[in-house]
Structure formats: structure tokens, C-alpha cells
Unconditional design. Structure first.
Length: 206
């Protein structure tokens, strides 16, 4: 038993990292449901079971929170792919990226909202996102130089093809259903589409 007014050994009254992560997850859900323009800090606070003051303390404002969500998700997604298959290239990673999008539909919807609500050429945190994208393109170029991927296609287009193929069914599920007659959310569709990606990815190779 501990003395009154003292916390037990090893017990933390606060866990800033866990609180921050909870806010980020709640913000992802709110932004993916309502878009940046429609999302409310009060709604995010309710989802996170935190007060608005805590959100402002960690992230400054709604823009800062959106920027943090982008960076958190991009880093998290890259880390998960790296853990699953650290040596994959744009071809062999296609099914992995698709499966991740199937499990991460909030992220796909957030990007769809961003596209709808962007009225200028620039998007939030574009400089950092371009930096991450350039790293992906640079990896493709190294694979091309090593003869692993075909060299007669611009590396930027290979990266764009990877993102497009892996995201399309979840980003535009109504079109996927109209074209195939099946819901892209069904496990059978996802298994077959992943196999399809494995098949066509051979076209990325020399």
C-alpha cells in the first residue's frame, strides 16, 4: 500500500506519448469522415477523450494536427511495409501496399477528401511529402540501375503506377464494384486482386 498522496512505484500519472497517439488516431478518424474543412477540434477531442486544450498543447491548431496526422501515417505505413519485406521493390511490394490500404481505409478516405477540398496546387505539408516521395523514386532508380526494374520507364511513373494500382479499389469503391460486380471490401475480391497485382508486377521487370 502506498502512502496517501504518493503514486505507486512504476506507475506514471501521465503518458504523453500514448495521449498524443490517441489524439492522432482520433484526428485521423475525424478527418477521414469529414475532411479537413468539415472536421472540428471539438469532435476530435471527443473521439480522443481529451480536452481541446490538450490538442492545442500538442499540435498548436487544426492545421498543425492535420500535418501531424499526415506525418504519423506516412511514417507508420512505410515502417510496416519495411517490417514485412525489407528488400521488396516496386513490383513485389504491390500486393503488400494494396493489402495495407485495405486495412487502412481511413487513410485512403483522408486523401480522397484532401483531393476534393484542395482548391490550389499546393497541399498541406507538401515540402515534406515531396521529400518522402523523392526517396521512393530514388529507390526505384537504384533498382533500375541494378537491372532489377526496367529502365525504359521513368521512375516517377513506376511510383505513380504503384500508388494508383494499390489504392484505386479502396479510393473509388463504387467504380470497382460497377466494373467487377463485386465489393472491393470483400475478402474474396481482395485476395484475387492481390494475386492480379502479383501477376502484372512482372511487367515492371526487364
Amino acid at each position: 500500500m502506498t502512502s496517501k498522496g504518493k503514486k505507486p512505484t512504476g506507475v506514471s500519472v501521465r503518458d504523453p506519448e500514448r495521449t498524443r497517439r490517441r489524439i492522432l488516431e482520433a484526428a485521423l478518424k475525424e478527418f477521414s469522415t469529414r475532411g479537413f474543412a468539415g472536421a472540428r477540434v471539438s469532435g476530435i477531442a471527443r473521439r480522443a477523450k481529451a480536452n481541446k486544450r490538450m490538442l492545442y498543447h500538442y499540435f498548436g491548431d487544426k492545421q498543425g494536427l492535420f500535418r501531424a496526422v499526415l506525418r504519423y501515417k506516412i511514417s507508420d505505413r512505410l515502417s510496416r511495409i519495411e517490417e514485412q519485406a525489407p528488400q521488396t521493390d516496386v513490383a513485389t511490394s504491390l500486393p503488400l501496399w494494396f493489402k495495407q490500404n485495405c486495412q487502412d481505409t481511413d487513410w485512403v478516405r483522408l486523401l480522397a477528401w484532401e483531393s476534393l477540398q484542395t482548391t490550389k496546387d499546393a497541399v498541406m505539408d507538401e515540402t515534406e511529402r515531396r521529400r518522402v516521395s523523392r526517396q521512393s523514386v530514388a529507390r526505384i532508380k537504384r533498382k533500375q540501375a541494378a537491372g532489377v526494374l526496367r529502365r525504359d520507364v521513368p521512375a516517377e511513373f513506376l511510383q505513380l503506377a504503384k500508388v494508383s494500382l494499390a489504392m484505386f479499389p479502396q479510393a473509388l469503391p463504387q467504380l470497382a464494384r460497377i466494373i467487377t460486380g463485386r465489393s472491393p471490401h470483400s475478402p474474396s475480391f481482395q485476395r484475387e486482386y492481390a494475386r492480379f497485382l502479383e501477376t502484372i508486377s512482372t511487367g515492371f521487370r526487364p
